[in-house]
Design a protein around this ligand. Structure first.
Ligand SMILES: [Zn+2]
Ligand SMILES: [Zn+2]
Ligand SMILES: [Zn+2]
Ligand SMILES: [Zn+2]
Length: 319
């Protein structure tokens, strides 16, 4: 993620709610996508970007729960346009749930910001996108992205990651994957199903439930890396699409960051150039992580079949 300059010269981060140097409140403007100063009180303010200067108010989730730094534009809305997408929230009277919800929201805001930047619609689609944060399965169905509250517990998440031999298991990763299912439904199914089938296979044969049972009943397919971005992607074309969509968002997020800090150069209109830059950054990042005894940051192998599927996703955002 990029950083933003405060009016005092300090650096502000994506989740910043205050500037630690000048003590001003700082907020993300949903129109110009910049974080700027919102003054010393919780009252309305004008976006500090002079070419925008839209009138903004604090999101209710900031006023009530001290998180969410997004401003609200439309009169009559108490919540920002990201927080409005929540339908089911955890029971906040249960100790620990507020902390878990905050972690989920931080991940959600980050993923939605990148999706908006790519031009994927968050509102006004059929079905409408919404989120449920509760105990239960992490899934997507008809616009509802549901994330298991337990996934916000890092000990629980690491146990599952090891059990399922996953290179990463993160909240941003879950959200990117489930949103992949959502955009399959609203973008792919109605616009480019035949092209999807050429790239990922026919989602009707075998049926999803049959493919899922077969996946969990079988041993590891050791050759999955030749054609798939992850082992899980081998289950069914829908899971392959969601895994590839998630990886595409990983690529975009990381390249936006490295470009911002002057660590990589690529042509954002040419996916091949983006993938080459990502692989170059990935080798260096993996070695840095290994230096620190951590897991590889970029575990994927980008074979020609995997690159072709990523290019399919890249074409979706270009319309
Ligand atoms: Zn400041
Ligand atoms: Zn603005
Ligand atoms: Zn909000
Ligand atoms: Zn899935």
């Amino acid at each position: 993620m990029i950083t933003f300059p405060c009016q005092c010269g300090n650096k502000l981060f994506f989740g910043s709610t205050h500037c630690v140097r000048c003590q001003n409140r700082v907020r993300m403007c949903p129109l110009c996508r910049q974080i700027t100063s919102a003054g010393k009180t919780d009252g309305p303010w004008a976006c500090g970007n002079p070419s925008c200067a839209v009138e903004l108010r604090a999101c209710k989730n900031y006023l009530k729960h001290s998180f969410c730094n997004r401003g609200v534009v439309q009169a009559g809305n108490e919540l920002c346009n990201y927080c409005q997408l929540n339908r089911v929230l955890p029971d906040l009277t249960v100790t620990g749930n507020l902390k878990k919800w905050r972690k989920l929201e931080r991940a959600k805001h980050r993923v939605l910001y990148d999706l908006e930047g790519l031009g994927f619609p968050l509102h006004g689609q059929n079905p409408e996108l919404y989120f449920e944060f509760k105990s239960g399965a992490t899934s997507h169905a008809h616009g509802c992205v549901s994330v298991d509250l337990a996934e916000a517990d890092s000990v629980h998440r690491e146990k599952i990651r090891v059990k399922f031999r996953e290179p990463h298991r993160t909240l941003v990763g879950h959200l990117r994957h489930e949103l992949g299912h959502y955009y399959w439904e609203v973008v792919v199914a109605s616009n480019c199903l035949e092209d999807f089938r050429k790239a990922f296979g026919d989602e009707r044969q075998p049926r999803y439930s049959v493919a899922k049972d077969a996946y969990y009943a079988s041993d590891t397919n050791e050759h999955w890396q030749q054609e798939f971005v992850s082992e899980y992607a081998t289950m069914h074309p829908w899971e392959d699409f969601a895994e590839t969509f998630g990886t595409f968002l990983d690529i975009v997020a990381l390249l936006n960051t490295t470009q911002h800090f002057g660590w990589s150069q690529f042509d954002p209109h040419d996916f091949k150039s983006m993938l080459t830059a990502y692989q170059r950054v990935g080798v260096a990042a993996n070695e840095m992580n290994r230096d620190m005894g951590m897991l590889d940051l970029v575990p994927e192998v980008f074979t020609p079949p995997v690159a072709r599927k990523l290019e399919f996703i890249d074409r979706l955002r270009r319309g």
